[in-house]
Design a protein around this ligand. Structure first.
Ligand code: AMP
Length: 199
């Protein structure tokens, strides 16, 4: 939604790694076991993915989804952006309760082709398991499972949570209540982005 509204390229290491796995590349195969079990992939791999992506697509603004997820990733991102003279404008921290996460992950469907995410109950097209944007097949992710979720929470608490302090020292961090419906969350994010992007 953000990409469409603001015309900014978006990337997500999780989406890149799922595509690499589907394509059977060395990177996809090397990381498949970690992602399937809910662990975080080593920082060195993720930072190099992001650096390559920024070089190709990041010239006129960008959005990251699910990056940075550790303190060293946040520090590396700062160094990369300093070298490119592109400071970060905004960091959005989506606050979601454990119940919301459990509920969403329990019903999540994702397009195997374009990554569009929906829920089994959200839309009637999900009954056909076909993506409304590209006709790709909608499927469950192999890490959307209660046991894997426990591991992902552990990783989040020990490695991602410290980033809140890292960003709270600057004025770019904004918390958004992600427990509400998609439109309400999107309206808040849009407002924040509009303040940052000159008309
Ligand atoms: P996501 O699609 O964002 O839910 O990510 C799926 C999986 O990809 C995660 O559970 C990790 O195994 C891996 N991953 C995604 N982003 C990162 C990141 N920034 N650092 C380390 N691993 C990541």
């Amino acid at each position: 939604m953000i990409t469409r509204q603001f015309g900014l390229p978006v990337t997500s290491p999780g989406a890149i790694l799922r595509r690499e796995k589907d394509l059977g590349t060395p990177l996809g195969l090397e990381t498949a076991e970690i992602t399937k079990k809910g662990g975080l992939v080593p920082d060195k791999i993720i930072v190099s993915l992001i650096e390559d992506w920024l070089r190709l697509h990041g010239g006129y603004g960008f959005v990251f989804d699910g990056f940075p997820r550790t303190l060293p990733q946040g520090q590396s991102l700062d160094e990369i952006l300093q070298r490119q003279n592109h400071p970060l404008d905004l960091a959005i921290w989506l606050d979601v309760s454990n119940e919301t996460v459990r509920e969403r992950i329990g019903h999540r469907l994702q397009c195997r082709s374009c990554g569009f995410t929906t829920s089994e109950s959200a839309a009637h097209f999900a009954d056909r398991s076909v993506c409304p944007f590209c006709d790709g097949s909608l499927a469950r992710r192999n890490d959307d499972d209660p046991e894997v979720l426990e591991k992902r929470w552990q990783e989040y608490n020990s490695k991602t949570q410290p980033l809140a302090d890292f960003y709270s020292t600057s004025s770019i961090l904004h918390r958004v209540d992600g427990n509400r419906d998609r439109d309400a969350v999107f309206a808040d994010i849009s407002r924040l982005m509009e303040e940052k992007i000159p008309a």
